[in-house]
Design a protein around this ligand. Structure first.
Ligand code: AHR
Length: 414
């Protein structure tokens, strides 16, 4: 308990203490990539491959091999681990948590319904009744706060650290500090650009695949509607610029923007994954492009809800039989409800339930087993309002499009 209070207070204080940034020379992958600024207005950048480590798909084989070849990366040196365990346990004695495994979780924030589901899942997974002492920090979308949270976990000598990284860059120094203290680090949801020996494993979504799926669906949908030769104007309300989710979705959808020469991306702007910013950005798009917009790509459901409010206020119809096609990502319960209502045309799932995979990996490590894979994708579905596109093909994948039903909503876990 004491530790938890400390972490919450630390998070508040850390918001003010930006002075303790990274020390030493930053590596290339540790600085904000120039591409994140350019993405907003330059569609040609969407296909760039120069910063590619946020896309684990390209590294799967290598990383898997490395994890198998160098088990010490995953299991730590046992002696050193025992030392860390003892320190943690003696620290914990006063709290009566000496039999619990301590896990620090540096969460992105609370910007979306998806995020809240991910937080609930982590809190349920790492509960005391399941044998954990969870130290949770909500970084409120501030990368510096998040790194300081990780530093506080290291200072507290927690047994394990879990990070859902806000942005892909700037992680090397703090992860080296965790490694120096032999604290295993897990990444969930978003990926980072760093030396992959600095974390044990990552569990999350194929963001680039999600973007490609959205592009493939739009192409097939427009063909099914006989609109394949029409000029199609597209705006994108992006997620937090520089996050793996934004970079991957932008890159994946960008492939279809490039190959459909009759599609024009008018603009892409940061909607911060929130309803409020989604609405604000949509209003700006309406001011700039008036009635020219055919498609709005929203990087998550909250942004889509904000965009819908702006369209409602402007008296512009959208969704099934509307003037504007809305495409979204996440497919949380309330997002799928809008799909069922015909307000969102298609929604591509991003699964927030990754914490149990980390718990399994921790369990393996506690039992002296290797964590099997470094890169782990979670299965995700593709949803639509009209029963019009049967399947989509992109890359090497074929996905069935699911037309949302009441039953699906009733069974939805988040
Ligand atoms: O990183 C996953 C993204 O972050 C989800 O799409 C979004 O809702 C969340 O805030």
């Amino acid at each position: 308990m004491k530790k938890r209070c400390f972490a919450v207070m630390a998070a508040a204080v850390m918001g003010l203490s930006f002075l303790t940034g990274c020390t030493g020379e930053a590596k290339n992958e540790d600085v904000k990539p120039e591409t994140t600024d350019n993405i907003v207005s330059d569609p040609d950048n969407t296909d760039r491959k120069d910063v590619n480590t946020e896309n684990p798909a390209e590294n799967t084989d290598d990383n898997t091999d490395k994890a198998t070849d160098t088990p010490e990366n995953n299991t730590l040196d046992n002696e050193e681990k025992n030392r860390t365990d003892n320190l943690t346990k003696s620290d914990n004695n006063a709290d009566n948590t000496d039999n619990l495994i301590s896990v620090g979780f540096a969460q992105v924030g609370h910007e979306s319904a998806w995020r809240m589901a991910a937080t609930t899942c982590a809190q349920e997974t790492f509960s005391e009744s399941k044998g954990y002492n969870l130290v949770f920090v909500d970084a409120d979308n501030n990368p510096e706060t998040q790194k300081e949270a990780v530093r506080s976990f290291i200072e507290q000598r927690l047994d394990y650290i879990v990070i859902d990284p806000i942005v892909t860059y700037g992680w090397n120094e703090v992860l080296k500090e965790a490694k120096a203290q032999n604290i295993p680090v897990f990444l969930i949801d978003r990926t980072i650009d760093c030396d992959d020996s600095l974390y044990v494993a990552w569990f999350g979504s194929d963001f680039e695949g999600e973007g490609e799926a959205a592009g493939a669906w739009l192409q097939t949908y427009l063909e099914a509607k006989g609109r394949q030769d029409e000029e199609i104007n597209i705006v994108t309300i992006a997620g937090t610029i520089g996050s793996a989710a934004q970079l991957g979705r932008t890159r994946g959808f960008g492939k279809y923007l490039n190959s459909n020469t009759n599609w024009t991306r008018l603009e892409e702007k940061d909607g911060m994954f929130t309803e409020e910013d989604g609405k604000k950005v949509m209003k700006e798009f309406l001011d700039s492009y008036d009635n020219k917009i055919d498609v709005v790509i929203c990087h998550n459901d909250n942004e889509a809800w904000g965009a819908m409010e702006a369209l409602d206020e402007a008296g512009i119809s959208y969704g099934v039989n509307g003037d504007v096609i809305i495409v979204s990502f996440d497919a949380v319960h309330d997002g799928l409800k809008r799909v069922l209502d015909g307000k969102i045309n298609a929604d591509f799932e991003c699964n927030p339930l990754s914490a149990p995979y980390v718990a399994d990996a921790i369990n393996d490590m506690e039992n002296g087993k290797k964590v099997k894979k470094k890169i782990n994708y979670i299965d995700e579905g593709c949803f639509q309002a009209e029963d019009i596109v049967t399947r989509i093909e992109y890359g090497k994948k074929t996905m069935r499009m699911l037309t949302v039903t009441e039953k699906m909503l009733e069974e939805r876990a988040y």
